[in-house]
Design a protein around this ligand. Structure first.
Ligand SMILES: *Cc1c(COP(=O)(O)O)cnc(C)c1O
Length: 384
């Protein structure tokens, strides 16, 4: 059969200005560790209403950096959602800390805040909400639980740059120590690979800068400097730096972020109208507190169709829709099973996984594409 279209679930938008800005850096004196990094960090912090931003070479290394700067270590526990990419909990394992998974809400796929308390032990140091699909977790409620139990919050906002909680942008860290973003091409803005940590705390800021560069500092010496060349390494860090080439792309993309999110929200409106009260699947609604940045548009297959998901997924693909599933609960991964995590640890997340399909959602989907997606989805479901 001939496929006339293939619409992936997510996709970057690289324009002429992006390319020109990258080429300018390629021709300049600094292609890494130059001025574009700081410029991007400053603009990013401003955008989110945060004091500091520190870029990293991926969202994953940003998570590693944030957990390290916070001081997560041997035998500490953090609590996160199983409905996430493996990076969220892997970064805890890098530090020999232990990720605990707490179940999600069946309507949103977000951490069920009311259940988090039951997972807290005297080893718990951190709660790590993941704003699933760009739809914020109720941060105020979560922060009350954190305060009551003397633990802190780091937000995995890889899906949620430009999303809003109570009218304020995610990334301002009002309720958290730090917030991380990813700039992978399927996320809202891209640097190829890339990520960032946002924070208001100057101690975290200093640690993050050192962590991404081998634990090296050029001020704050323990010993007398030998001369102007002098630097000191104070702890075991990594080379987790973003390049200036990437930062130039990030700066250029950031200028378009508001437009991108506006378009994503418009597409979501059209989908919602088309899919309201259909007999095949549910969609996710925003709560009153929140404005989603729609990284994903998940549909949740109704019970009657649940055991047909494999076939439905295949048929959607055959119709040219590059659907995907977010996520296999992390603890069901063979590596986590070997570590001893048991099936049925978070039954609602497992149920969510069996129902969820992410349909195309990215800003360059045009109106015709959207109609195409809607009609193909109904065509496929009606055939079952
Ligand atoms: C993409 C993603 C990450 C990791 O980001 P990378 O830039 O791919 O390393 C972390 N958490 C979540 C929820 C993500 O979707």
């Amino acid at each position: 059969m001939v496929i006339i279209k293939f619409l992936p679930y997510g996709k970057q938008d690289i324009g002429r200005n992006d390319i020109e800005d990258v080429v300018t850096i390629l021709k300049s004196d600094f292609i890494t560790q130059g001025p574009k990094i700081e410029e991007f960090e400053k603009k990013l912090a401003e955008y989110c209403g945060s004091k500091y931003a520190v870029t990293f070479n991926s969202g994953t290394s940003a998570l590693h950096g944030a957990y390290f700067a916070f001081g997560l270590g041997n035998d500490d526990e953090l609590i996160t959602s199983p409905n996430t990419f493996v990076a969220t909990s892997n970064a805890a394992l890098y530090l020999n800390a232990y990720p605990m998974f707490s179940d999600v809400e069946k309507e949103t796929g977000n951490l069920d805040v009311s259940k988090v308390k039951d997972r807290i032990t005297d080893k718990t140091k951190l709660l790590v909400p993941v704003h699933y699909g760009g739809n914020p977790v109720d941060l105020k409620e979560l922060s009350e639980i954190a305060e009551d139990n003397d633990v802190k919050i780091i937000e995995d906002a890889a899906h949620a740059i430009s999303a809003k909680y109570n009218g304020e942008k995610i990334g301002n860290s009002r309720y958290s120590e730090m917030t991380i973003f990813s700039f992978h091409p399927v996320k809202h803005i891209t640097t190829g690979e890339g990520g960032a940590v946002l924070t208001d705390n100057s101690d975290y800021y200093e640690k993050l800068l050192m962590f991404r560069s081998h634990g090296i500092t050029k001020n704050n010496f323990h010993n007398q400097p030998h001369g102007d060349w002098y630097y000191e390494m104070h702890f075991l860090g990594y080379n987790y730096r973003m390049t200036d080439i990437q930062a130039a792309l990030g700066l250029s993309q950031l200028k378009k972020l508001n437009k991108y999110v506006e378009r994503r929200r418009k597409i979501a409106e059209i989908y919602k109208t088309a899919f309201e009260n259909n007999s095949f699947f549910e969609i996710i609604h925003e709560k009153k507190c929140c404005s989603s940045s729609y990284h994903l548009f998940p549909i949740l297959i109704k019970d009657e169709f649940k055991n047909k998901k494999r076939e439905i997924f295949l048929k959607l693909r055959e119709e040219g829709l590059g659907v995907q599933v977010h996520y296999i609960p992390v603890y069901l991964q063979p590596y986590y099973q070997k570590l001893g995590y048991k099936e049925n640890l978070c039954p609602i997340a497992e149920e969510f996984y069996h129902k969820e399909i992410s349909i195309p959602m990215y800003p360059t989907l045009n109106d015709e594409d959207i109609e195409y997606v809607i009609s193909k989805i109904f065509k496929v479901f009606e055939s079952f």
